[in-house]
Design a protein around this ligand. Structure first.
Ligand code: SF4
Length: 218
């Protein structure tokens, strides 16, 4: 069999990047506005496992078209805007035989610091944001929060991390003109969104911050 360029795999979702794709970023084929970051410790839907999993390591992937869910670089029915320089996963995937893709899928995944220049201001900001808003720590605070039944130090700790995450976003917006499309790559999803995926809704009240537990969907 051979590829008939039907575009089906591109409509099923965008690829994650591997170390060999770093050159696409450094050569400007892929820019920040086309990418998003899923951070270590973030709950994400795993198509293969069919459930939500906590990411053991950071991933960068192409964004999806919000309306169709297809890869953002798919034009029309089946035209890839960067076909000659498409990422490793796209080159490995043959929809009639997923063996090559499965072999590379979890190998040498690229994170943000594999893409941006190591001595750049951007690398420094990414590293500092990770240190100050480290998601495995947030997971642990959420666990403590549940043990405390919503009161006490754990709620204060979440409030502090939320404040820091917002500070980084505001700083990049106000001082570097970064839009939301770029922030999703540089800092990942806002912490409010990630907390909601952990089942916690932060709500501002006159007395400060209230954390509401989301009821599981039955
Ligand atoms: S990068 Fe190109 S080949 Fe890969 S999923 Fe997107 S549109 Fe398809």
């Amino acid at each position: 069999m051979q590829c008939i360029y039907c575009g089906t795999c591109c409509r099923n979702g965008p690829p994650g990047l591997h170390l060999e794709d770093a050159v696409l970023y450094s050569h400007g084929v892929l820019d920040k506005s086309l990418l998003l970051t899923l951070r270590r410790g973030e709950p994400v839907w795993d198509n293969v496992a069919g459930r939500v999993v906590t990411l053991p390591q950071e991933m960068v992937r192409l964004k999806s078209d919000p309306a169709s869910g297809a890869c953002i670089l798919l034009q029309g029915e089946n035209h890839c805007r960067i076909y000659e320089r498409r990422p490793a996963q796209c080159r490995a995937l043959k929809c009639w035989d997923t063996g090559d893709l499965e072999r590379i899928y979890s190998q040498n995944r690229a994170g943000r610091l594999d893409l941006v220049p190591p001595d750049s201001a951007l690398a420094e900001i990414i590293g500092e944001h990770e240190r100050r808003c480290f998601l495995p720590d947030v997971q642990e605070i959420v666990r403590q929060l549940r043990e405390e039944a919503g009161s006490g130090a754990a709620a204060d700790s979440i409030g502090s991390v939320l404040y820091r995450d917002r500070w980084f976003r505001d700083y990049l917006r106000d001082h570097a003109g970064a839009g939301e499309d770029v922030l999703h790559f540089v800092l990942g999803a806002p912490l409010e969104d990630i907390l909601q995926r952990m089942g916690i809704v932060p709500e501002a009240t006159d007395d400060g911050l209230r954390l509401r537990e989301m009821r599981p969907v039955s």
